[in-house]
Write a protein that binds this ligand. Sequence first.
Ligand SMILES: Nc1ncnc2c1ncn2[C@@H]1O[C@H](COP(=O)(O)OP(=O)(O)O)[C@@H](O)[C@H]1O
Ligand SMILES: [Mg+2]
Length: 256
Amino acid sequence: MRVEDLEKSFGRNHVLKGLNLEFPSAATTVVMGPSGCGKSVLLKHLVGLLEPDAGKVWFDDQRIDQIPEPQLGPIRRRIGFFFQQGALFDSMTVGQNVEFPLREHTDMSPGERRVRVDRMLEMVGVSGTYDRNPATLSGGQRKRVALARAIVLEPDVILYDEPTTGLDPIRSDIIGKLIERLQNALKLTSIVVTHDIQLSFRIADRMVLLHEGQVHMEGPPELFRNSDDPEVRRFLEGRATRDELAGIEDAREDGS
Ligand SMILES: Nc1ncnc2c1ncn2[C@@H]1O[C@H](COP(=O)(O)OP(=O)(O)O)[C@@H](O)[C@H]1O
Ligand SMILES: [Mg+2]
C-alpha cells in the first residue's frame, strides 16, 4: 500500500499536509506521532473510510480513493482492521463474533467456519473461549478476540490502531508478541499506529514519525534509536515543548 501527496482538512484543521508513504509488503511499518496528529485519519484513508482532499491512495495498482464505496468490499476483505476500541458485540458469543466476517463475506459451510474460527482463536491464545460471552472476558482477552476477528478472512494487510492502548505493560508485551507471531505466520503487510515506544521498537521493520501533518522521519528502527534529531528525541523521550507546557502554566495562573 502507499499514499501519495495525501491532504486532508476538517474545516480549518489541516491534518494531513501532503503525506508520502510506502508500506512494504510482508513487513511491519510502525507509524508514530503525538495524539491528534492524524494517525487514525491516515488509516481511515487506507480503507476508504475517508476521502482525501487531494492525493492518491494505492492498493497494488488500484486507487482506493477513486473506488466508489459500494465497490470497496473486495478490497476491504483483503485488509484486516484492528480498531482502537476493538469493539466486540456483547449480544454474540466469542465464536459468533469471530465468525461474523466469514458469514458476511464467504460461502464457507458452518463446519469450515468452525475450523477457521478455532484456528484463529488458537493463534491468538484464547482457544476454549468459543462459547463465552465477551463481557465475561478480561481486557487483554477481548483484544485477542478482536484480533482473531481482524484476521479471520486471512487478509494481505492488517491495520492496527493503538493496539495496546489501555493495557498494562505486561499485556501490551503480549499483544506485541502476538503481532510478531501473526506477522511471521501469515506474512502480512502490517501497519501499526501507536505512541507506544516500547511496542514500536519491538515489532517495527520500518518506522515513521509524523509531525505537523507530514512525514518527519522514516527508516529502520536503528535510525531512530541513534537519531540526534530534536523532534525524534523529544518524541522517544516523551518530553513536552515549552509551548505545550505553557498551557498548564496559564491554567495555574488563572487559578483553575
Ligand atoms: N471525522 C472527523 N471530523 C472532524 N475532525 C476530525 C475527524 N476525524 C479526525 N478529526 C481531527 O483530525 C485530527 C487528527 O485526528 P486523529 O487522526 O484521530 O489523531 P490521532 O493521531 O490521535 O489518531 C484531530 O484534530 C481530530 O480532531
Ligand atoms: Mg487515533
